[in-house]
Design a binder for this molecule. Sequence first.
Ligand code: PMV
Length: 330
Amino acid sequence: MVVSSAPGKVYLFGEHAVVYGEPAVPCAIERRATVEVEERDDDALRVHAADLTLDGFTVEYDSDADVQPDVDVAPGLIEAGVGYLNGAAEQAREAADRPDAGFEISVESTIPLGAGLGSSAAVVVAAIDAATRELGVELTPREIAERAYQVEYEVQDGQASRADTFCCAVGGAVRVEGEDCRAIEDVPTLPFVIGYDGGEGDTGELVAGVRSLREEYDFAAETVETIGDIVRAGERALAAGDVEELGRLMDFNHGLLEALGVSSRSLDEMVWAARESNAHGAKLTGAGGGGCIVALDETEEAETALKYTPGCEQTFRAELDTDGVRIEEA
Ligand code: PMV
């Protein structure tokens, strides 16, 4: 039996634009998905998931059975969850050259599901690490990131960048531009405050929405390019340790995401609550449509303001996690 974990992430800058080759800077946070994998005697896959902000589900199936577990969450999320784990198991079988390996997989996560904090990437990365180790193969974080990207790409019908999976495999702050993925060194302390509206966005649908706006209007395509400019300015602010400037650029980035139609009333309300409490800046994180915002504030004020914001279900601080995927138990 092997247990591995991987962190969730927030986007400091660049979600959506990264899909079209602009750079993005996601940062791993100290909220983790933990995956336990045990090899089975047969070739089946049995998945048990707890704490995925749902009541938990168990589903047993072989690779081609089409089983729908009976739980009270959006079927899309369950389908995706099962798809991600199926994909992770497939990657481990391939890496270990054991096409018939079966697994018992348990998932526990403190990362809200589908909320822009990279829950699926963390689950896939931790599952690939645990399953390959269980079969006696050790992959580097970069190799795991690449395999996890292949899984996300498939489950999300090609609407995925390498940002989530690379960030959560290597940890810390990273820069992703197309296939070029690298760690960012010497990051200043980033006082992240997260607000969560309890909802979730459909990543595939939101990405498709931006894609069609971009095709229809030149100014939407330019908006995507401008997000790239914000990311490059953000990288300079990060290198200079200028947290105030980072906040200003986050505000700008949120405005452009809003213009591209991927924000929502509750995300905007949380962003404004954080801004009005003198946070350095605030923006939605991830695909949008619902889910989480991230603000920069070293005081208690943004967190307190978010607590009293209608539509904000949960608020918490999150430190940058410099650890990527790691083994917890073998
Ligand atoms: O909501 P998340 O954590 O799945 O992030 C999606 C980020 C996008 O840029 C919209 C898509 C991608 O794969 O980069």
